[in-house]
Design a protein around this ligand. Structure first.
Ligand SMILES: NC(=O)c1ccc[n+]([C@@H]2O[C@H](COP(=O)([O-])OP(=O)(O)OC[C@H]3O[C@@H](n4cnc5c(N)ncnc54)[C@H](OP(=O)(O)O)[C@@H]3O)[C@@H](O)[C@H]2O)c1
Length: 324
């Protein structure tokens, strides 16, 4: 942690801001909105921006970053940008070209962090969700250790400062960590994490290996209708979280974000609302007591809002859609 507590050191010596801005939006939000919201987020103080090839917004996010560099708000080195390797590119020979495509869309020379979006390989090709004639998702057989070696080469080529993973469980992480000839460990594992799914076991394991856990869905996710059971409890309406927000004269969102930072988790917060983006930056202005941290730990109920392998569900959902 740096003196201000805004960044933590990764196992490769680079630093990651502990609060990140999530750029994934639900289908109803037009992709071109990503430029506007990313600029607003940078103006609000966010320096860590999380995106992915899968979000189809890297051109817009890149435009926003470059425009904030051009107008003097930030320098490139002030921004920590994360992109993700989509699942149709897990074959080792496809890894670097996939990152190069993201860089071309972004019009940037490098990303700060490149992560494997999920450990499930899909058949390579143009489609994000390849399906066979009968509409079944087409998976690919790829050794994740070979994918990882290709990720290491991207780092060596200077296309990314750091490399990591997302949606990996302990076993999948161990597969990489125990790989003979491992050159670089993953710096992070980005997973769904919030008071209802606090990932304490995975967090302990990651800490023991000097891997940073990055939390997505930290505010309870955007609850997209296709993926999230709409009858599941709304995190930010939790009575304990709300009572604690009242006590600290903050909001439930801020309590949920602060909780992660105090337990050594890097936290992402998505918002398309300027007021809420600014509010989320207040996470550095207060501290939770250790008793209240324990109370928040007690909210865990292993409730996962999003399917862990999102691609599987989307592929299944696409089967249900009427063909046009
Ligand atoms: N690696 C992966 O597989 C994966 C999966 C999912 C997400 N992610 C990443 O993680 C990011 C964040 O996760 P998420 O998209 O699930 O959403 P989230 O951060 O949990 O946010 C959920 C909702 O909280 C609302 N919100 C934000 N600030 C608030 C505040 N101060 N008060 C009240 N409500 C507030 C937002 O609504 P408004 O927009 O209306 O403010 C947003 O829709 C994504 O954008 C993406 O970058 C990664």
């Amino acid at each position: 942690m740096d003196p201000k507590g805004w960044r933590v050191e990764l196992n490769d010596g680079h630093f990651i801001p502990v609060l990140g801005f999530g750029t994934a939006t639900v289908e109803e939000v037009p992709k071109n909105k990503a430029m506007e919201i990313t600029k607003v987020a940078i103006d609000a103080g966010f320096r860590h921006i999380d995106s992915a090839y899968f979000y189809k917004n890297e051109e817009e996010v890149g435009l926003a970053i470059r425009s904030k560099i051009e107008d003097g708000t930030v320098k490139r080195e002030d921004i920590f940008y994360t992109s993700k390797l989509w699942l149709t590119f897990l074959r080792p020979e496809l890894v670097q070209p996939a990152l190069e495509k993201s860089l071309k869309d972004l019009q940037l020379d490098y990303v700060d962090l490149y992560i494997i979006h999920s450990p499930v390989a899909l058949k390579p090709g143009e489609e994000l969700f390849p399906q066979d004639k009968s509409g079944k998702a087409m998976y690919d057989t790829v050794d994740l250790r070979a994918t990882w070696e290709a990720m290491e080469k991207c780092k060596d080529a200077g296309l990314t400062k750091s490399i990591g993973v997302s949606n990996f469980n302990r076993r999948q992480l161990e597969k990489i960590l125990n790989k003979p000839g491992l050159k670089y460990k993953p710096v992070c594992n980005q997973v769904e994490c919030h008071p209802y799914l606090n990932q304490s076991k995975l967090l302990d394991f990651c800490k023991s290996k000097d891997i940073v856990l990055v939390a997505y869905g930290a505010l309870g996710t955007q609850r997209p209708k296709q993926w999230v059971d709409q009858s599941s409890p709304v995190l930010l309406e939790d009575p304990v979280l709300c009572a604690m927000a009242k006590k600290y004269e903050r909001t439930p969102a801020l309590i949920a974000l602060r909780y992660q930072i105090q337990r050594g988790v890097v936290v992402l917060a998505k918002s398309i609302n300027e007021k809420q983006m600014k509010e989320n930056m207040q996470v550095f202005e207060f501290q939770l007591t250790s008793e209240d941290m324990k109370v928040l730990d007690g909210l865990n109920r292993n409730l996962r809002y999003l399917p862990v392998h999102i691609c599987i569900t989307i592929a299944n959902l696409m089967l249900l859609r009427p063909s046009s």
